[in-house]
Design a protein around this ligand. Structure first.
Ligand SMILES: [Zn+2]
Ligand SMILES: [Zn+2]
Length: 242
């Protein structure tokens, strides 16, 4: 039995979007959990309700720079969980935000404001209504694939959650663009069944807590159970080692 140790949590939320904790609280929780790196990745600004206010990205960068000298035992990174906005793969990260963050995650969320209001809203609706999910699979898949080709994305968050996709095609594009697919500990995706389908493609995975409270930072229990059942080796997971 291999013992997998996750050394970084790149997917944590704070009060800047809809998390409960402050940046400082997430950092302290990560240190207590024994992590070597903590990433703050709040929602992109086109997420209605949850998104970080555009001007707050500067504030977050400054806050992190101020906290770094106090917490030298851990690497503190600023990321963003961007929204995939359309079938062309646009995301809500512009040059300014790109210059402020250390990495970009991207995922599909219902609450994002699409670039093309009508087409995008129809697609949100199809994804929301379970019996109609298959009608939006092609759109969702192309949006994800194009997002990876068009942008430098570190990790695709919770692929398959909230939107039906052709996972094999997404994995192929992830390999081509050196993007990791997330095994999200809160959302159940990638699921065990999904992991089994694509693990032999050689695609890279990243484990994320998707913590919305400091006490969940570094909690990878659910993801690790799927990893173990799927028989995935630590070498295939970018933030784990033995
Ligand atoms: Zn998300
Ligand atoms: Zn998230």
């Amino acid at each position: 039995m291999q013992e997998i140790r996750v050394f970084a949590d790149y997917h944590t939320h704070t009060v800047y979007s809809h998390g409960r904790g402050s940046v400082r609280e997430n950092i302290e929780a990560a240190i207590n959990a024994g992590l070597e790196k903590i990433g703050i990745a709040d929602h992109g600004y086109r997420h209605l309700g949850f998104g970080v206010r555009y001007e707050n990205f500067d504030k977050m960068r400054n806050e992190i720079e101020k906290l770094k000298p106090e917490y030298r035992e851990i690497d503190i990174l600023l990321g963003v969980e961007a929204n995939i906005l359309d079938i062309e793969g646009r995301i809500d990260v512009d040059e300014h935000i790109r210059g402020l963050v250390d990495y970009v995650m991207a995922g599909y969320h219902f609450g994002s404001m699409p670039t093309h209001i009508v087409r995008g809203s129809i697609n949100h609706a199809l994804n929301y209504i379970k019996p109609l999910n298959h009608l939006s699979r092609e759109y969702n898949t192309r949006a994800l694939v194009n997002a990876m080709r068009r942008n430098d994305i570190f990790i695709i968050s919770h692929p398959g959650a909230k939107a039906s996709i052709n996972l094999e095609k997404v994995a192929e594009a992830a390999i081509e663009t050196s993007t990791a697919l997330e095994i999200n500990s809160s959302h159940g995706h990638l699921s065990l069944e999904e992991l089994l389908r694509i693990k032999d493609t050689g695609v890279s995975f990243a484990i994320g807590s998707d913590a919305h409270r400091p006490q969940d930072v570094g909690n990878f229990t659910d993801a690790l159970q799927r990893v173990e059942k799927a028989g995935i080796a630590h070498q295939q997971i970018i933030n784990s080692r033995r």
